[in-house]
Write a protein that binds this ligand. Structure first.
Ligand code: PEP
Length: 253
């Protein structure tokens, strides 16, 4: 896509929270040197964010939180706010990952609130959407993803101003951690629809928003997915836990 740098983001989930996380972050700074044309983002667990941020400072690896609370502070045991994430070195926040939606009760409404909070507190959201296998098989993919995207489009339009480059990750639930990925054409169909919904809101916003594909992206399928015209990057789970595979995917971008 002319003008849009590829964004490759690694979602570490609940792995690599200590010394192994720090070592992987350092490896990622070396990957970044090999791919000057790519924006690299890693999302370590909260416990190792600040230490990773220290290692990544000035080295072209940005940090993302895996979640965010919508308030800036308060009596919300176990939660972490946007300002705290910024203080820990984050510039991005992953919002509405399917595991959060499926296992932790997040809804289109809470995803919208969190997206607004991220933008308000100075974080760029990577908002995740995607259909389940049952929804795909029922032919409801575009209806479901359309509903999920429309739930936060106005928030992004209001909060991203004229220069904030947010990201939307299309992650079919059936492809996450399963080894089954959407084929490039299947992914492109949904990405093109997301671009169209963005364009209907604002052509300018649509041009600067990167639409990432996520779901079993591996070194051997990354190139074909990333070659699609509306696939501007990837959100990587399993393959981001290892520097060799994450590096190979970044090099394919
Ligand atoms: C994810 O969790 O965002 C993801 C895409 O996972 P995986 O790459 O392991 O399918």
């Amino acid at each position: 896509r002319p003008g849009l740098r590829p964004l490759i983001a690694g979602n570490w989930k609940m792995f690599h929270g200590g010394g192994t996380g720090l070592a992987l972050a350092i490896d990622c700074t070396q990957i970044a040197q090999r791919v000057p044309h790519v924006d690299l983002v890693i999302a370590p667990p909260y416990t190792v964010l600040a230490a990773c941020s220290h290692e990544c400072e000035g080295k072209r690896v940005a940090l993302a939180a895996q979640n965010i609370h919508s308030k800036d502070k308060g009596a919300f045991t176990g939660e972490v706010s946007g300002p705290m994430l910024v203080e820990s070195g984050c510039t991005w926040a992953i919002i509405g990952h399917s595991e959060r939606r499926q296992l932790f009760g997040e809804t289109d409404a809470s995803v919208a609130e969190k997206t607004a909070a991220a933008l308000q507190f100075g974080l760029l959201p990577i908002v995740c959407v995607g259909e389940t296998l049952a929804e795909r098989e029922a032919g409801e993919t575009l209806a479901v993803v359309g509903r999920q995207v429309r739930a936060f489009l106005d928030i992004i339009l209001a909060g991203a101003g004229t220069d904030k480059a947010v990201a939307i990750a299309y992650e079919p639930v059936w492809a996450i951690g399963t080894g089954k990925n959407a084929g490039p054409a299947e992914a492109e169909e949904v990405h093109a629809a997301i671009r169209k919904w963005l364009t209907e809101k604002s052509a300018e916003l649509a041009k600067r928003t990167r639409i990432l594909y996520g779901g079993s992206v591996k070194p051997d399928n990354a190139k074909a997915l990333l070659a699609e015209p509306n696939v501007d990057g990837a959100l990587i789970g399993g393959a981001s836990l290892d520097a060799t595979s994450f590096g190979a995917i970044a090099e394919a971008a």
